[in-house]
Design a protein around this ligand. Structure first.
Ligand code: HEC
Length: 319
């Protein structure tokens, strides 16, 4: 019964969302849905979207399914499979291209994600600028690569499973087993540009044609996100440079920065490749220290797997 009710709510929502806004907006409407992808929305368009206007739309048209906070737990969310993602999770959101978000919102989930979904298309009620406003709002919900690497121009992201040997190495230092879940992490690899770059750090999908801007000498470092149990299970991002030195550890939810700052900031400047010795930090409780040190080592090991792959790439020959 509950399921039926929520499905009913969804249907009503869908109908109202898709049709009610139509009136009087026809003039603004872009006609060809199928060319949306070809219109190549750029990173810059999202940067100029109006966050406040986007939030207003979100609170009317999206919250029921995506949650009032964008965390994917709206009252209708439990009836979806897969459920909507958490727009506040930087691990997931930083690797969603603006053009992808644009196309899903404009053309609907089923068309773009190639599966049956309840994600409606807003292309009839929203013009392109409206969509960029909403995307600007979604982007305001999560911490960005730029927060860790202010000079970042490009980045890539991929899941890597640490090598068996690396796993052993970590277990030996921390005297604790690494679980299977912990073995695989999403590694963000960040690059600066040797040319002027505007519009903030830009995601480069795993597309060989686009990867030539990702040259090894321009690499700024790596970023990996972890849920930290000893800090109340909040998510933190650990950023380190290619030598293994920690640049920054920040909570994904920046409102937590005050509460966690005194535990996280002592990590900056620590760490070095090839050195396996637990950090000596004043004022950081052992439990937190050990867990973050373990996460750092896992991140470091995962970056080695990335580097192995990097070596195999053709553009590496330019070195
Ligand atoms: C009727 C429920 C519903 C409404 C209303 C809705 N969404 Fe969704 N949305 C979903 C579901 C369910 C998914 C997950 C689809 C999937 O992954 O198969 C989704 C996925 C998305 C995605 C794709 C994320 C990804 O995983 O790539 C974006 C972006 C999005 N929604 C934005 C919005 C915005 C912006 C609004 C309001 C303007 C909105 N949605 C309104 C249900 C909804």
């Amino acid at each position: 019964m509950k399921k039926f009710l929520s499905l009913l709510i969804i249907s009503v929502l869908l109908v109202s969302v898709v049709y009610a806004k139509d009136k009087g907006k026809k003039a603004k409407e872009e006609k060809s849905e199928s060319t949306a992808a070809a219109q190549a929305p750029s990173a810059v368009s999202a940067a100029y979207g109006d966050v406040m206007a986007g939030e207003k739309r979100f609170r009317v048209d999206c919250f029921a399914c995506h949650g009032i906070n964008g965390t994917g737990d709206g009252y209708a969310a439990s009836s979806f499979n897969p459920p909507p993602i958490n727009f506040r999770d930087p691990k997931v959101m930083n690797m969603k291209e603006n053009s992808h978000l644009f196309n899903v919102i404009k053309n609907g989930g089923t068309k773009v994600l190639s599966r049956e979904t309840f994600m409606p298309s807003f292309g009839r009620g929203y013009n392109d600028l409206d969509i960029w406003d909403v995307i600007a709002y979604l982007r305001s919900l999560h911490i960005k690569i730029d927060n860790f690497f202010p000079n970042a121009a490009y980045f890539i992201a991929k899941d890597y499973r640490i090598a068996a040997l690396g796993k052993e190495r970590i277990e030996k230092v921390i005297k604790e087993k690494i679980t299977e879940d912990e073995e695989t992490v999403t590694v963000y690899t960040i690059f600066r540009s040797d040319k002027p770059h505007i519009g903030g750090a830009e995601y480069i999908p795993q597309d060989p044609n686009k990867m030539d801007v990702l040259k090894k000498p321009l690499k700024l470092g790596y970023l990996v996100f972890f849920n930290v149990k000893s800090l109340g299970n909040i998510q933190v991002g650990i950023a380190f440079d290619p030598s293994g030195k920690i640049i920054k550890i920040l909570p994904s939810d920046i409102s937590q920065a005050g509460a966690t700052g005194k535990y996280l900031s002592p990590f900056s400047g620590q760490g070095k490749r090839g050195k396996y010795e637990i950090f000596k930090l004043k004022g950081v409780p052992d439990k937190i220290l050990l867990e973050l040190y373990k996460n750092y080592l896992i991140a470091l090991e995962a970056s080695f797997v990335y580097e192995k792959e990097e070596k195999d790439r053709t553009w590496m020959e330019e070195e």
